[in-house]
Design a protein around this ligand. Sequence first.
Ligand SMILES: [Zn+2]
Length: 157
Amino acid sequence: MSPLDKITLVNQVQPWYGEIPVYGQYTFGVAGERFFREIKDNARIMGTVCNSCNLTYVPARLFCERCYNKLESWVDVGTKGRVHTYTVACLNLDGSRISEPIILAMVQIDGTCGGLVHQLGEVTPDKVKIGIPVEAVFKAKAQRTGSILDIKYFRPC
Ligand SMILES: [Zn+2]
């Protein structure tokens, strides 16, 4: 079968092994730059406000996704939110078992729309429920790099 032949059955799919040297660089953009700088420098989670829709977006963005207004009003939204949804990871990407399960959650910061996907900490999977209140735990300032991982995890509060 050549790469141009059309595959009609799943069992005809064959893997091709190798490496593709693809490199990329992701930029935070204007809103992301300030969002992550505030986390790094001040341990603050910032959102942008659409006054027309009365919505605060976290993570911050430049335009309202509902009315397309440019968002120029920034607000400190605090560090507390609720678990919007979550999952428990028990396997690594290679299929091996993780010694301690990792709880991944979508956390919606109070009073905002959107959310942050992050780990939960200081809690076991059996104690996690949708809707439980959580707060961000930040790394020490000297350890922060301007990444979402400057938040170590969210813990129940
Ligand atoms: Zn709007």
